[in-house]
Design a protein around this ligand. Sequence first.
Ligand code: ATP
Length: 338
Amino acid sequence: MTYKISLITGDGIGPELSESAVSILNAINDKFDLKFEITKLSAGDKALEETGNALPENVIDTIKNSDVCLKAPVGESAADVIVVLRRILDLYANIRPAKSYPHMPALRDDIDMVIVRENTEDLYIGKEFSLGNSAVALRVISEDASKRIAKYAFETAKQRNSMKKVTCVHKSNVLRITDGLFVKACTEVSKDYPDITFEQMYVDACAMNLIRQPEQFDVIVTTNLFGDILSDESSQVVGGLGMAPAANLGDNFALFEPVHGAAFDIAGQNIANPSSFLLSIKMMLDWLGAKHNDPTCFEVAAKLESTIFDLVKSGIKTKDIGGDSTTSEFTKQITDNL
Ligand code: ATP
């Protein structure tokens, strides 16, 4: 099958990661019975500088006309790009797996968990204003969005080959009304899933337990800001941001991106780890496979993941995970080995 991919090339290390992604997609085009038509798009800091708009209308239209979107990290204007895209495309579930692989300089090598982050509301609705000498931000939590993400988390736990547990993470002892509503919604949804263990945990305790006892987690469901923070932490437990992919899912469309930001400190040096973006492509292939009932997508997804990890196992890896390969050397090896 042929799939139309819209690709936001991003800022900072974004263009290097995008180059790597295009090489891999072209290699898949050559080696498997799967075809991609890639349209590169500019959104973010560079687009803002050139057009005065971080997310130009034609970019939104192209994304809407594609089958799926890949997005490299964007810089300072991230909130004007990804937060807006999540809202207008109704990509309500942000899926951030933290999975241990062998031969990583990680805190733990036995972790397999996923954070399911509500993606459309909380403080990320962007309603901030000044009030006299104070600054105020609105935190919106709705029953509908909370139930929708809770259902997604329980469905995820049901499908995973794991301990079948959902942990609702919140701070309802302080945020009594907003997080109180979130916990109540999750608890109500849990009643429809009697075979899945349900527990709740304050976000500070969760932050501690991710270091102290991360093996207790299977699926974490949480609100937007807590999910953002905890997923950077969980990625560090298993190998760092260079290995951390993410999916933004709606009912009919999806966007895949690394967990990390534009990492300006290492931009242009050809040392960024492209695995975060390539594992996002792996998640994209699984999503396309499920949506279009296309077994080749699943096959290529599994092949891409195993190729990345066989390579790392053989000692060929980028600097962030203890190797000395450049971004382009690492990418070339994957295209050769696929
Ligand atoms: P944001 O706040 O925009 O979400 P972030 O804090 O999640 O960003 P960055 O600030 O871009 O992510 O990354 C933090 C640090 O992690 C960077 O300074 C960089 O050193 C490292 N890093 C991130 N991504 C990669 C990568 N793909 N390869 C190697 N190192 C990375």
